[in-house]
Structures are given as structure tokens and as C-alpha cells.
Design a protein around this ligand. Structure first.
Ligand code: FAD
Length: 360
């Protein structure tokens, strides 16, 4: 089985896991909790994962995209050299273990919005060379690509729902999964280690309510565009991800004031605007979902310990890039849990209290 290979690879490198903390409870089975569970499983650490179910967590709504370069400014994503290849390898390994496919390696076609933007790319293309597959003068075929675009390589998307459900099935089969809500009364007094991976529900209030946060709602549509034969991810102030058979996932805006979980008419209109800005072809909306991104500091995740409860940890803040960051950050947390290695300053939640932020 792929799983034993994963473990075996490490064992041949002489790492036997050193000290193993027992009885870890992971609360939440989104991308954070699931990746952490796989990392602990790989190290042979005893754990359970509890998921309350019900409303869709952000990971289920996510389009699953991983892109090495993002944003209007076309900057390489934070620590992309480290986290992107690691994420690709991680998902490929889990695919082998569970015998399902959920990773799709697909380039991103970043369309320029004007000659000026194209010029901006030309000015900085040296810095982006590593991720540039080709630069196109014009893109047609139903795509609004009159100013051309650049194709980023090394990108892809994860079918997050499949990844989560296959992982859940695996852990359930091994007696490691509990379908229940874990209350604050339970985890605040628990003797063993508890890691809260509650996503947006774990920010703004509750045990880690003292952290700064800037959760953002996002809405996403599934659209059918029968004439669009594009198999790359289209991107420019939003994105469309090809799912096969003329279907695309399209998104997504950022809304900071309304953090209700329901999709809205205004949200749908914003995403439809994105669709119309990317393609000139007719489309039909088949599905509409909303989710709340768990943001602590931009898309930079946080891990570490509660300021007063030494048994209580957190893995959160995956922002809008959970698919890329979750596997690598879960590894860092697992190493810390297993061998006591220090958390890096850039991930450690310590010192991130709201009061400190204000003073900084
Ligand atoms: C519209 C939209 C599009 C996105 N697109 C992308 C994308 O293309 N690429 C990308 O990388 N990221 C994307 N994201 C961001 C991504 O969804 C997040 O980074 C990621 O899902 C966060 O994962 P998480 O595990 O921290 O939180 P969640 O997925 O929210 O998981 C938390 C889980 O904890 C459970 N839980 C909470 N409280 C309890 C409790 N007390 N007991 C038990 N269980 C509990 C919840 O039910 C939930 O399942 C998108 C987000 C949105 C909203």
C-alpha cells in the first residue's frame, strides 16, 4: 500500500519518530485537520479526528486551486518554492493510499487586462521566469484575451470534497474518526493534546478569540459554458477552473462585513461578472455556494499553542490558499509535536494577540 511506502521511505532515512505524544484530538476535518491527521498517521502517532458535520466548511466550498503566482500584482505566492512542490507530492501520496484521484495538474492562463498590465509583466518577467511556461500575444476561442496572457506552470487544483471524503472514509475505517462536535468545556479541560482546526468557526471568538482575524466570505458558482474548450485555469481578477464536460468553477470575491454562510444575490452577480469578463460565450449557472475563509494574517497560516492552556493548540489561518499550505504546515506542526522542534517565527501563533498587533 502507498501508505507503508510513505513510512518506509522515512524509516530508511533513519528517522523513527523519536518521541511520540499520545492521544492527540484533532477538532475539525477541513484541509487543516485532514492534512494534520495524515501527517500524524504517517508518524505512527495515536490520534482521533472529530468533525461536527452540518454546514459546509470552507474546504468543501473551495475551488481547490494552487497557483505559483497570484494577485493583480503578479507576485510569487508566499514561500511557493517550499510549499507548492510539497503539496503536490503530498496529495499524490494520499491518492495512492486511498486509491482515488483528486489532484489535477493544470496550468493557469493569467490574462492581461490591458497593454499597461502586459507592460508590467514584461518589466518583472525575469523574477517570474521559473513559473512561466509561455507568453501569449492573444487568446481566442471564446476567451476575452485581446491583450494576451502568461501561462503559469506548476499549478493545479484539488478536488477538495473528494480528498476530504476519501480521507474521512480511511480514518473511519481505522477507528480514528468521530462524527461529533467537540465543546469548549471538553477541550479546555482535556489532559491530552487538542489541536483546534476549526477554520473560520475558530476565529473571532472562543478559545483563540484573542487572535487578530480578518475572515472573508467568498462565493463560488458552477457554470456550464458549452462552447468553451479551455482546459487551463483562466485567471484575471477572478478565475474559472475547468472541471470537464464544459463545466467550470468560477469565483470569487472577498466580503468582510457579511460573514453569514448563505450565498447571496450580490455575491452571485459579482461572480457572474467575473465569468463575463473571462469569456464571451453564453453560460448557465448550475450551482452557487458560499464559504468563509479563515484569515489571520493575509494567507499566512498559524500553528502553535494557546497563551494559557499548554494542552491546547491551533492550526488555522489558511486564508485563500489552504490547499497549497496545509500539507507543509501540517508537517511542521507534526515535527514540533513529535520531536519538540521549535516552531518557525513565521508560523508560530505566539505573540499574535490583538493587543500586541495594536502596539506594533
Ligand atoms: C469561495 C471560496 C473559494 C476558495 N477557493 C480556494 C482555492 O481555490 N484554493 C485554496 O487553496 N483555497 C481556497 N479557499 C480557501 C480554503 O477554503 C481555506 O483555506 C481552507 O478550506 C481552510 O481550511 P480549514 O480546515 O482551516 O477550515 P474549514 O474547511 O472551515 O474546516 C473546519 C472544520 O471544523 C469543523 N468544526 C468547527 N468547529 C467544530 C467543533 N467544535 N467540533 C467539531 N468540528 C468542528 C467544521 O465543521 C469544519 O469542517 C476558498 C475559500 C472560499 C470561501
Amino acid at each position: 500500500m502507498g501508505g507503508s511506502q510513505w513510512r518506509a521511505e522515512r524509516e530508511t532515512q533513519g528517522d523513527s519518530g523519536v518521541s511520540k505524544p499520545d492521544d492527540i484530538l484533532i477538532v475539525g476535518q477541513g484541509l487543516a485537520g485532514t492534512c494534520l491527521a495524515w501527517r500524524l498517521w504517517d508518524r505512527g502517532v495515536k490520534f482521533r479526528i472529530a468533525e461536527k458535520g452540518g454546514r459546509r466548511g470552507s474546504s468543501i466550498v473551495a475551488a481547490g486551486m494552487m497557483s505559483p503566482v497570484t494577485g493583480r500584482a503578479m507576485n510569487p505566492t508566499w514561500q511557493v518554492d517550499r510549499y507548492l512542490p510539497e503539496a503536490m507530492r503530498f496529495y499524490q501520496t494520499i491518492e495512492k493510499i486511498v486509491g482515488e484521484n483528486f489532484l489535477h495538474e493544470v496550468p493557469v492562463l493569467r490574462l492581461f487586462s490591458s497593454e499597461k498590465e502586459r507592460g508590467k509583466f514584461e518589466d518583472r518577467k525575469g523574477k517570474l521566469e521559473q513559473w512561466t511556461a509561455e507568453v501569449l500575444d492573444r487568446v481566442g476561442g471564446g476567451v476575452h484575451g485581446e491583450f494576451g496572457g502568461v501561462v503559469w506552470k506548476g499549478a493545479g487544483w484539488l478536488k477538495t470534497q473528494r480528498f476530504l471524503s476519501a480521507s474521512k472514509g480511511y480514518f473511519r475505517e481505522h477507528g480514528l474518526y468521530e462524527g461529533r462536535e467537540v465543546s469548549a468545556e471538553e477541550f479546555m479541560v482535556r489532559k491530552g493534546t487538542t489541536i483546534l482546526c476549526k477554520g473560520a468557526a475558530g476565529l473571532g471568538k472562543g478559545a483563540f478569540g484573542y487572535l487578530p482575524e480578518r475572515r472573508a466570505k467568498g462565493e463560488i458558482l458552477t457554470v456550464k459554458v458549452p462552447g468553451l474548450a479551455e482546459d487551463r485555469i483562466l485567471s484575471r481578477n477572478g478565475w474559472m477552473i475547468p472541471r470537464g464536460g464544459g463545466l467550470f468553477r468560477a469565483g470569487s470575491g472577498y466580503e468582510w462585513n457579511d460573514l453569514t454562510p448563505e450565498p447571496t444575490t450580490a455575491g452571485r452577480e459579482k461572480v457572474e461578472e467575473i465569468v463575463r469578463s473571462l469569456t464571451s460565450l453564453d453560460y448557465e449557472v448550475l450551482d452557487h455556494m458560499a464559504g468563509i475563509r479563515p484569515i489571520v494574517r493575509s494567507s499566512q497560516p498559524v500553528i502553535g499553542w494557546h497563551r494559557e492552556n499548554e494542552n491546547l493548540g491551533i492550526f488555522n489561518g489558511l486564508g485563500s490558499k489552504g490547499v497549497m499550505y496545509a500539507p507543509g504546515v501540517a508537517r511542521a506542526l507534526t515535527e514540533h509535536l513529535c520531536s519538540g522542534s521549535a516552531l518557525s517565527d513565521e508560523l508560530d501563533v505566539a505573540g499574535l494577540d490583538v493587543e500586541d498587533e495594536g502596539a506594533a
